[in-house]
Design a protein around this ligand. Structure first.
Ligand code: NAP
Length: 265
């Protein structure tokens, strides 16, 4: 299987209304996105799958990624619920299957071989991990037969993940940046607003163009006109001074915390 080399993706967390979710996926694929990110936890795999089916874009042109819920990371649950995800998505395989978070039922020695089994069985083409620390990443790399194709972590101008970006280069996997707009916070960030004004770009485009320039794969969640606006970042070359200014922003807090209520459902 050739490496993934992921393009910018559409995040779908929070697209809870099935009709909106399906319409957004169709609009994104028609606008040019070729990577859609969902998860068992988002409870929208069926609506995402419907969007993929409804769109005129050939399924084989689209990277479809989903994630196994932390409660489902015991090996037998990984095998069973991955197939249930395929059923909801209406697909016979996904391109990328992630460990969503190494918590709850996660046990590296037991969980990861089940991901290898799913790859061998053709349920997924590639195996990914999400929210891993450097130590957990090294452990997973040692256990898995499959190469880690992607590591998905929070990454945006106020949470730049230099260590995990360097590790992605070392391991030669894609670093997929979730919450690339800081869950929307980056759009009101005064530091980003100043850089956006100076360069006559929107804050969203600045954040996403920066993410792409540093070799990460942002997966902004968006609806309506935002879907197309975000894709513009692909064609934007920010001047060196703007990229340096983003690099130099003070780090802030992460937006996503596994102790949040959403994780305790
Ligand atoms: P995000 O993409 O950083 O921000 C989404 C917010 O930004 C939404 O409120 C959206 O509003 C708004 N927005 C998007 N484009 C905009 C634009 N051009 N102008 C103004 N507002 C804009 O946050 P996220 O949803 O947390 O992260 C993105 C994806 O990452 C998720 O959907 C999910 O797929 C993934 N994720 C993964 C994990 C994990 O543990 N692996 C955790 C969190 C997220 P509208 O919807 O109104 O456009």
């Amino acid at each position: 299987m050739p490496p993934l080399d992921l393009p910018i993706g559409l995040g779908t967390s929070g697209l809870d209304d099935p009709e909106t979710c399906t319409d957004t996926v169709v609009a994104a694929l028609e606008a040019g996105y070729r990577h859609v990110d969902t998860a068992q936890m988002y409870d929208n795999e069926a609506a995402v799958g419907e969007g993929i089916a409804e769109s005129d874009v050939d399924r084989d042109e689209v990277v479809v990624a989903t994630k196994i819920h932390p409660e489902n990371l015991a090996p037998e649950d990984v095998r069973e619920t991955a197939r249930e995800s395929l059923g909801r998505l209406g697909l016979d395989r996904v391109d990328l299957l992630y460990v969503h978070w190494p918590i709850r039922a996660y046990d590296a020695a037991a969980t990861l071989p089940a991901f290898d089994d799913l790859r061998d069985a053709g349920v997924t083409d590639h195996v990914g991990v999400s929210n891993f620390t450097p130590d957990l990443l090294r452990e997973a790399d040692a256990i898995l037969d499959a190469p880690i194709a992607a590591h998905q972590v929070e990454c945006h101008p106020r949470f730049q993940q230099p260590e995990l970006r360097a590790l992605a280069d070392e391991f030669d996997h894609d670093l997929v940046g979730y919450s690339p707009l800081g869950c929307g916070e980056i759009l009101d960030d005064l530091g980003i607003a100043a850089i956006a004004d100076r360069n006559d770009r929107s804050p969203a485009v600045v954040a996403l163009a920066w993410a792409l320039d540093c070799g990460t794969v942002p997966i902004p969640k968006a609806r309506g006109d935002h879907v197309r606006e975000n894709l513009r970042a692909v064609d934007v070359d920010l001047p060196e001074a703007a990229l340096d200014a983003v690099d130099a922003l003070e780090p802030g807090d992460r937006q996503i915390d596994p102790d949040d209520a959403a994780w305790n459902r």
